[in-house]
Ligand binder design. Structure first.
Ligand code: C5P
Length: 229
């Protein structure tokens, strides 16, 4: 069967990662979480004095880029890929609120995007991948065979995100999470480089009122349609 690239873009906490991971597992593709790469870079910046007070030292970040290695390794137990920063597993750390509060500012820096887009293109050069993010169908893989744009209302997404944070034992209020979701939507869709937008040839999925199994079924139908045509 022909191998394709599946690009899944969408808003924060729209459930795109869950969908993308499930699909990759089901069809034997590699799943790549491009957001985790921006998050890992943000964690590095927080831990190395690049983010200080309310500021980002962009020059220091640019000079540090060659020293930052972001990789993925499969967790043998969960069979899910986990994010490594310079050889250290940071999967849990990159999901916290501190990283969430800074990641969109780091991701708006043009040279950061250029570096990570190049890495993402390299990861997809043999096809057979499902990658999710904001600019995957528009910038990273404009020729992807299947493009999906996932969305849901900010309130639905904030509830989902809050449940995830609580399940991980993090402290956050609904208002705080909703404000973060809206702020990231705004920053992600108004930046000049690689803004979040639906590719003209992407299929839209609004999953506000869909269950996970319903989304899964919809996605596999789309995949089968493309590989069999
Ligand atoms: O997907 P996730 O919410 O983990 O992504 C974290 C942040 O990384 C997003 O809010 C966005 O600012 C940035 N991002 C991006 N481009 C991507 C993936 C994520 O700018 N392809």
């Amino acid at each position: 069967m022909k191998k394709i690239i599946i690009a899944i873009d969408g808003h924060s906490s729209s459930g795109k990662s869950t969908m993308a991971k499930d699909l990759a597992k089901q069809i034997g593709y590699t799943y790549i979480d491009s957001g985790a790469m921006y998050r890992a870079l943000t964690l590095y910046s927080l831990q190395n004095g690049i983010i200080y007070g309310e500021k980002i030292n962009e020059e220091k970040l640019r000079l540090s880029l060659p020293d930052i290695k972001i990789t993925f390794q499969l967790n043998a137990q969960s069979r899910q890929p986990e994010t490594y920063l310079n050889g250290r597993n940071v999967e849990k750390e990159i999901r916290g609120m501190e990283v969430a509060n800074w990641v969109s500012a780091i991701a708006a820096i043009p040279y950061v995007r250029q570096a990570l887009v190049a890495m993402q293109q390299e990861l997809g050069k043999h096809k057979g991948i499902v990658m999710d993010g904001r600019d995957i169908a528009t910038v990273v893989f404009p020729d992807a065979e299947l493009k999906i744009f996932v969305t849901a209302s900010p309130e639905v997404r904030a509830r989902r995100r809050l449940e995830e944070l609580i399940a991980k034992g993090e402290n956050a209020s609904y208002e705080e999470v909703l404000a973060n979701v809206k702020k990231r939507d705004y920053m992600d869709s108004t930046r000049t480089e690689g803004p979040l937008r639906q590719a003209d040839d992407a299929l839209i999925l609004d999953n506000s009122f869909m269950t996970v199994p319903e989304q899964k079924a919809w996605l596999i139908t789309q995949y089968n349609r493309v590989v069999n045509q």
